[in-house]
Design a protein around this ligand. Structure first.
Ligand SMILES: [Zn+2]
Length: 405
């Protein structure tokens, strides 16, 4: 039953505690508090020194199977060009087999080294499920489906259901289905995914939404770069009718959005859409570094917080960011939104992500009974605000896990 001492403890569910102690037992947090001078010292106490102890972070959106693409797509302000490039690379991935598998292993290790306790991982191939399980990384693996032609919907769904039936049970990994985006998934396929999820007691889903101007144009008027791309690939559906609405209204009318759905990016969301998502309990996942590098634009971080919507954070894939450091996403959010309290940014990378993925009974805060998946971040001497320090840019060298879990 180890007892730890640390300069700071950030429970997230309550304000930071200075000169703190924490006791764990068999992988769970037992008790914690402020140490007064002369307090009893346990024999097996471990003094962690000038560190801030906080819950391991939750990366609510990444694509670990794309890790082999690290450094292959330069930063751009042409989002449609970025999409074309990633489709080309995805088509090549079969010829990079060994490199793809090695990059998945490396990415999971890297995520752990940056203090990640759980991930929401998008996969088209399901290749990440076994490595995530073997590394003991709690994950919701979203099997992502694409298909804009309604006539393909049933076949896409049946194939996916068969693949999921073949997946072995896991202590760490939960599998579910996710439509890619409104410009790549037909209303028929959205409907089938929705119906399949409702039959499963645990049913999270995720969709890329409000990411680019081309998506907004397609839904408003049925024209633009999304349509041109689908036509080029022979995947346009001439029976599809533009809903003449924004992306949130489009999916809400289909009955797709609720408190078990994560909508990713939201760079283009307007105030009314954020209000609607807040009322539905839907979580927005922001990936600010990726949005800037792909040309999607800077996400409206202040508007997200002002709207009261649930907000989690993801790195997106190594195709668009240089590393899986969620602290670097917090640093980017701080740059975009200097007026938002650091406490709220930290909440988005911990409890909000844990809640969105359904891991909040075990992760996301320091509270009695939760798992001891805790990290210690080395502080740079005296810091006037520990929360502000944690959103100012933290590197892997500063991070250690305080237990084996
Ligand atoms: Zn993504």
């Amino acid at each position: 039953m180890p007892q730890y001492r640390a300069a700071w403890l950030l429970p997230v569910s309550q304000p930071p505690i200075r000169d703190a102690w924490l006791r764990t037992d068999r992988g769970r947090i037992i008790a914690f508090g402020h140490s007064r001078p002369g307090d009893f010292t346990a024999d097996d106490e471990i003094d962690l020194g000038e560190v801030a102890v906080l819950p391991g972070l939750v990366n609510a959106h990444t694509h670990i199977e794309l890790s082999w693409m690290r450094g292959r797509i330069p930063e751009t302000d042409d989002f449609d060009g970025w999409i074309r490039r990633i489709i080309e690379l995805k088509n090549e991935s079969a010829s990079h087999g060994g490199a793809v598998a090695a990059a998945i292993e490396e990415a999971i290790r890297e995520a752990r080294a940056f203090g990640t306790a759980a991930v929401g991982d998008i996969t088209n191939t399901l290749a990440t499920a076994e490595p995530l399980d073997r590394h003991g990384m709690p994950a919701v693996v979203f099997h992502e489906l694409l298909g804009f032609r309604s006539e393909d919907a049933q076949r896409v769904m049946d194939d996916a259901a068969a693949r999921l039936r073949d997946m072995p049970a896991s202590d760490f990994v939960r599998h579910t289905l996710a439509p890619h985006a409104p410009y790549s998934v037909s209303p028929a396929l959205f409907g089938l995914i929705r119906a399949a999820l409702q039959r499963v007691p645990f049913s999270r889903s995720s969709v890329h939404l409000g990411e680019s101007g081309a998506e907004i144009e397609l839904l408003k008027s049925g024209t633009g770069a999304c349509r041109a791309g689908l036509e080029r690939m022979g995947k346009w559906d001439s029976s599809w009718v533009a809903p003449q609405s924004g992306p949130v209204e489009y999916l809400d009318r289909m009955g797709f959005l609720d408190d078990r759905v994560l909508v990713v990016h939201g760079v283009r969301f307007v105030a009314a859409e954020l209000k609607r998502l807040a009322a539905l309990g839907t979580t927005v996942v922001t990936c600010p570094r990726g949005n800037i590098r792909t040309g999607a634009g800077s996400p409206p971080i202040e508007d997200f917080f002002e709207s009261g919507v649930r907000l989690a954070v993801g790195t997106d894939s190594l195709a668009s960011v240089p590393d899986l450091n969620l602290f670097a996403e917090l640093e980017q959010m701080r740059r975009i939104a200097p007026a938002v309290p650091a406490r709220l940014l930290i909440e988005s990378a911990t409890i909000a992500g844990a809640r969105a993925l359904g891991f909040d009974a075990d992760l996301g805060t320091i509270d009695s009974g939760k798992r001891d998946a805790l990290i210690a971040v080395q502080l740079d001497g005296y810091v006037p605000s520990v929360e502000e320090y944690l959103v100012s840019g933290i590197d892997a060298a500063q991070i250690s896990w305080i237990s084996a879990s």
